[in-house]
Design a protein. Structure first.
Length: 210
């Protein structure tokens, strides 16, 4: 009898602290980052897997079911969603039922992902389409980093950079963008680590267009 009120209180406490509200059953790897206001398909969360070092940025949604045929056919389509090791899902993106975001892939902000994303690919748009590779992006940014250096984000956000560094940061941002060494303070997932599914029984489904 007390279980539901306790869950509701815990959920309210987490939301008040800005900690992501993780539904029961979602499978999490290690060092997973989930930003604010990420929406999980609560009822079907057991079909969501976020592997190690995954980043889901604020405002994104992960959907595992499609009820668009329910009134005509009386059924709801449900399919798993997997975000593989090291993948990055940009702000306010939507992952549709049945998709797998491959290892190290990047989903651009505001994308709607309706098909599997290959490992190391960058996709963006509605629907999301491949626009590049992480390898090429990293090469370009390494060149910029070598030329412009980086700045300690803790000092930047506390407005505590030395004057010389502040001027260098402004020049870098105006020319080609500046690089910060760490994430700003933000909520990190601190929920229970649930077991990941065994790889030999894992069957990801390629989604068709909705």
């Amino acid at each position: 009898m007390l279980a539901r009120p306790f869950r509701l209180l815990r959920r309210a406490w987490r939301l008040a602290r800005g900690v992501p509200d993780l539904p029961p059953g979602v499978r999490l790897g290690q060092r997973v980052y989930v930003g604010r206001d990420v929406q999980f398909d609560y009822r079907y969360a057991r079909f969501i897997t976020l592997e190690d070092d995954v980043t889901i940025v604020s405002g994104s949604s992960i959907l595992c079911h499609d009820a668009s045929s329910f009134r005509r056919l009386g059924v709801t389509w449900v399919a798993p969603v997997r975000v593989c090791d090291g993948a990055y899902v940009g702000s306010r993106s939507v992952l549709m039922p049945g998709v797998t975001v491959g290892p190290g892939a990047v989903v651009g902000a505001g994308s709607v992902v309706t098909r599997d994303v290959p490992a190391g690919a960058i996709v963006a748009g509605v629907p999301a389409r491949r626009i590049g590779s992480v390898a090429s992006l990293d090469r370009r940014r390494r060149d910029l980093l070598r030329d412009g250096g980086s700045f300690d984000s803790d000092l930047v956000y506390r407005n505590a950079l030395p004057e010389e560094s502040q001027e260098a940061l402004l020049r870098a941002i105006q020319q080609s963008g500046g690089f910060f060494t760490t994430y700003p303070d933000s909520p990190l997932v601190a929920a229970e680590r649930l077991p990941r599914p065994r790889s030999d029984g894992d069957q990801s489904t390629q989604a068709s267009d909705p």
